[in-house]
Design a protein around this ligand. Structure first.
Ligand SMILES: Nc1ncnc2c1ncn2[C@@H]1O[C@H](COP(=O)(O)OP(=O)(O)OP(=O)(O)O)[C@@H](O)[C@H]1O
Ligand SMILES: [Mg+2]
Length: 452
């Protein structure tokens, strides 16, 4: 990004009059300013796009601007925060500096002073971003990009990501919830020449239908009730970068038409606007629905499907890459509780579990265990019941068995563990010896169980 390009700013300030003046002034100076009025809105904006600078008021209606600083630090974002504060809160401003804020300004802020600070903060942010990119390059981590896997199918997929990243081909990422679709989308962005431009994400399932168009394409001042200022759409925010359409299958038919037109003509109209706006974005979409089926059943436009689907990347569910489970588990333990170790029993239980929530579920579970376990280790007991339940004392859970077959296999395992002793087995199973007899038939010689 060159020096003269506009700075991407987030202004988190609940005093609307002040925020509007600041945003307008910044825009007049050629910067891009997005306003947020609360901590929640600010965090949402940070999630959606990358900002070089965030101007953050400390006293917000739903909490403290400190929470925004914490998030920036936690996520390692290259956003430099400038704290806005009244005289009464200089102490908090000091706390803000400790949390890594670039600087602070007491209200009322002078625009000249603010602009100098913003420019310097943006410069620092850009340097930081370049540095971290260079460092990743040096460490040879760029292709891996925080994606932990040894699974051959995943490795193939990552090789494809590397191959298609330099092009402008649209990419459709398919996979169950929590399999890492967004991670792959971000990795694609980082490996692409667009990596110095923003990665902008929108969760199409979370935006109400009637707001989706203005979210994507922006609106002019006065376009509808409540449109007090002109707002750039995500197609503008993501210009020259990557626009990530998450849960793309949720887009309504009406917006599908507008999206298709924007892609085909590389132009769009802001809501209430009369002038077309040029756009150059790379589209990456994701869905946990099978988009081909959606298209074939008429829920999704065929022409749009083909426009979004230059390449399909299919992320395998975690249960199909069981070698990744211990790898990921250790990775998350290191992240959340670097000194704790997983016991072999815990690892075994994790490997047997079916992971309906995929990597996200594994991550949350390790996070929870890391916090809850008072010991030096994370043991099977520290895992939730439904994970432990599948830990059938040495009997791996196989799919593709009927319930009766599974029962039989389980009973035989427990029987084996009890050296063929039926009384003990019945007790361990919590059933009547007679029931066990009915299930097993007449006693066979015990030797049978010694063999395996
Ligand atoms: N291979 C991996 N290595 C390390 N972390 C991973 C991996 N896959 C996923 N994760 C982590 O798991 C979490 C879920 O991943 P992500 O958000 O990319 O999934 P998703 O497919 O977009 O889920 P959803 O469909 O629910 O939106 C994230 O915190 C991500 O960092
Ligand atoms: Mg996701």
């Amino acid at each position: 990004m060159d020096e003269t390009a506009g700075i991407r700013m987030l202004v988190v300030e609940d005093d609307k009059a002040l925020s509007e003046i600041v945003c307008e002034e910044l825009r007049e100076r050629g910067h891009m300013a997005v306003a947020a009025e609360s901590v929640a809105e600010g965090l949402e904006q940070l999630k959606q796009s990358e900002f070089e600078v965030a101007l953050v008021d400390l006293m917000l209606p739903d909490g403290s601007g400190i929470d925004i600083l914490k998030k920036i630090a936690e996520e390692g974002l290259a956003t430099e925060a400038i704290v806005l504060t009244g005289y009464a809160t200089v102490d908090t401003a000091i706390q803000a500096m400790k949390l890594g804020a670039y600087d602070y300004v007491t209200k009322p802020a002078r625009m000249e002073e603010l602009e100098i600070l913003v420019t310097k903060a943006a410069e620092k942010s850009r340097l930081r971003r370049e540095n971290s990119h260079l460092r990743r390059r040096l460490e040879g981590q760029v292709p891996g990009d925080g994606i932990v896997t040894e699974d051959p199918a995943m490795r193939d997929l990552m090789a494809t990501v590397e191959r298609v990243a330099p092009s402008d081909l649209p990419v459709l990422i398919q996979g169950e919830s929590g399999t890492g679709k967004e991670l792959i989308a971000r990795s694609l962005h980082r490996l692409s020449p667009r990596n110095v431009q923003p990665f902008v994400a929108i969760n199409c399932g979370a935006v109400p239908d009637n707001l989706m168009e203005s979210e994507l394409f922006g609106h002019e001042k006065g376009a509808f009730t409540g449109a007090l200022v002109r707002k750039p759409g995500l197609f503008e925010v993501a210009d020259h970068g990557v626009l990530f359409l998450d849960e793309v299958g949720e887009i309504s038919p009406l917006v599908q038409v507008k999206l298709l037109r924007a892609i085909e003509t590389q132009e769009f109209f802001r809501v209430g606007g009369t002038r077309p706006v040029r756009t150059d974005v790379r589209l990456v979409s994701a869905s946990n629905k099978n988009m081909k089926n959606e298209m074939q059943s008429g829920g999704f436009r065929e022409d749009l499907y083909y426009r979004l689907n230059g390449v399909t990347l299919k992320l395998p569910p975690l249960r199909d890459r069981s070698a990744d489970v211990p790898l990921l588990a250790r990775h998350f333990v290191d992240r959340f509780a670097s000194r704790k170790k997983l016991t072999p029993r815990a690892l075994e239980a994790l490997q047997r579990y079916s992971w309906p929530g995929n990597v996200r579920e594994l991550q949350m579970l390790i996070h929870r265990a890391a916090i809850l376990s008072p010991k030096e280790v994370i043991d099977a007991e520290d895992l939730p019941l439904d994970v432990r339940d599948q830990n059938w004392k040495g009997a791996p859970v196989r799919t593709g068995l009927s319930l009766a077959e599974m029962e039989k296999e389980y009973i035989e395992t427990v029987l084996r563990e009890n050296d063929g002793h039926r009384g003990k087995t019945a007790r361990a199973l919590g059933i009547d010896p007679k029931t066990l007899y009915n299930k097993l038939g007449p006693e066979r010689p015990r030797k049978k169980f010694e063999a395996s």
